[in-house]
Structures are given as C-alpha cells and as structure tokens.
Design a protein around this ligand. Sequence first.
Ligand SMILES: [Zn+2]
Length: 393
Amino acid sequence: MKRIFKIIFVSLLVFVSINNVYAKVSDKTTLKDLKEKLKKDEQELNKVINKQNQTKANIKSAQKEMDKIAKQITDYEKSIEESKEKVLELENEIKVKEKEIDNLLNFKQKADKDNIYLEYVFESKSLTDFIYRSAVVEQITKYNDELIESMSNLIDENKKEQEKLNKKIDESEDTIDDLNEMLVKYNLTMDDLVDDHKDAKAEYEASKKEVAAYEKLYKQYNCKETTSILDCVSVPYADGFVRPLKAGTITSEYGLRYHPTLHYYRMHNGIDIGTAMNTTVYSAAAGIVSKIVTVANPNKKNSSCGGNKVYVKHRVNGKEYTSVYMHLHSISVKLNQYVTITSVIGKSGGGESYDYCTTGPHLHFGIMKGSAYQNPRNYVSFPAKGKRFTSRW
Ligand SMILES: [Zn+2]
C-alpha cells in the first residue's frame, strides 16, 4: 500500500514539473488595456509639462550661476582624472625602481658575503689598476645610493600628488554643495535639470502610435478589443527601437574586437553602454519576452559569460526582431510577458564576479533580425563611442 502511494506521489510530482516546464505564461494585456493606459499617460504628460513650465522660469533665472558652477564641476572632474593618471604613472615608476634596487641589493649582498669587492680590488695588478678597480666598486655603491634617493623622491612626489588629488576631490564636493545651495535658492532640485519632458512626450507619442497600429491589426484579424494582444497577433507590433537606458556612455562598439577579459579577437554582437550598477533597463520596443537566461550559480566565481540575459521578440515593419539585454543584475519580466517601451526589463549589472565576460558595470544591448545579429546602431540612434546620452530618444 505504502509503495503504491509512493508511486502515485512520484508520478504526480513528475507530471506537475513537466507541466510547469511547458505551461505558457500567457500575457492577458488587451487593446482595451492599452487604450486605458494611454489615457493615463496623457494625464501624466500634462502634469510633466505643467511642472516643466513652472520650473522653466526658475531655471532661466538661475542659468548664469548654474553654468558657472557646472563649468567648475567639469573642470574639477577633468583635473581629478589628470591627477589620478599622474599618481598611477608615479606608482608604476616606483615599482620599476623598486625592482632595480632589489636586484642590485641582492647582488651587493651576495658580493659582500663572498668578499667579491675586496677580492676584486686586491687583485689589482698595478696602482693604476687598483685605482680603476676601487672606482668601479665606488661607482656601483654610488649608483645604488642614487637609485634609493630617486625612489624616495618619487615616493615624496607621489604623496604630494595624492594630497593634491584629495584636495581637488574635496573642492569638487564643495562645488556640488554650492550647486545644491543655489538650486534650493531658486526652488529647484537636481531632477529638474534632467529633461524628463522630452522623454515623457516621446513616450506618449510612441504609445499613441502603438494603440493606432493595434486598432488596425485588431480590425485586420477580426479581434475584439478585450482579446489579449498575444492571442490576436502573437508577436507584438513595434514601430521601431529606442535606447534601453535613460542615460549612459557608449563604451564598446558592435563588431570584431580584441576581447578585454578573454584576450582574443572575437565578434562583439552588441553595443556596450557604460552605466552604474542597478540602473533601470527598459525594453527597446514593444514585444514579448521570448527567453530568459539566469546565472546558474551566482556564488561561483566566473560561472557565466554575459550573466543574466533577457531576449524580447518584436515585429517591426512586418519582420521579426529580437532585442538582447545582458549582464543584468536583476530581471523584472517573466517569460512570454507582453512589454512596451516603458516596461522595465530589470536592473543593470556588469560588475559581478560570476560573469567572466565583463570588465565593469555596463549594459550589453544587441539586436537580431531573425536569428542574425545586427549592428544596433542601424536601428537605434546612439552617440559616438565615449560620448554620453541623457534621453531615450
Ligand atoms: Zn558587450
């Protein structure tokens, strides 16, 4: 009897787990939902525009002071970078000198122990030879002293440079305090300086276009407004792609490159956007989450290339595309979830040790047409390498 129960229990367990694997988490978002969201977006947009108009006047009167402080901050940033480079250079020089001294001291110790110097001097064949040999020994000792002195000079210089660097950092922090004080004076916040208005308007226009496109598709496929998008059109429609981050700096291009951590040439099938850890990552277009890859063991060092990844399938101009998001610190979407450009895919990562294909915090963003990787620059407008963007459009 016990055995039978055991068999039933085990087969039930197998059945449940098989079902879980194949169960399709179908997203129920409908055209009606999209229309309601659009209405809310419009109200939100009006709020943003109103607030923007209020702050615009304040920004205008603060502009002159703000420009001055902003320039100061940029100058500090540049000079801090220069100082850091100088310190690094000095540290390298000290390392080289250290090694040289080490080698010389090793030789000298051995020479002293074996009385090589004395032997060398006493083996002089003539007075001239004696003077010459003494000079050689003196020269070696002198060279060593000089090395030690120049190294202590380098260490002094490095110490001074470090102090300068710390002073510059303190001063730049003071300048940021000045900026904050000035903002308070003009009734502004740091957030007011970011042009949210531009993104809010573009976001609303994109949603409007999306709803119009679905209205057309729903008519074409004879669907009811309350039918889910996935049931009606299977792969969601998108007008095109936008940047997956609100701000970032392009750090690496698509194409063949010498891989920074693997140390060989390989195809880089996306574009790298440098951004702090835990930056919000958005879907680059409306679509359906088609694949999620999570790191098998985050505690194991170097256990994955690309870390946590999300793939989103789109239909743009009648063709199927997939956008790819790699090195994610966390994932906010589920498989088969319907997403729009305002949907949060997750938070950026790239600084993790389990991901051996990353050198630091960034988002790797790729676009596939069918199953072939494309240069994302052909679909999304990104600034030149090394340049920063501050809007998704
Ligand atoms: Zn990359």
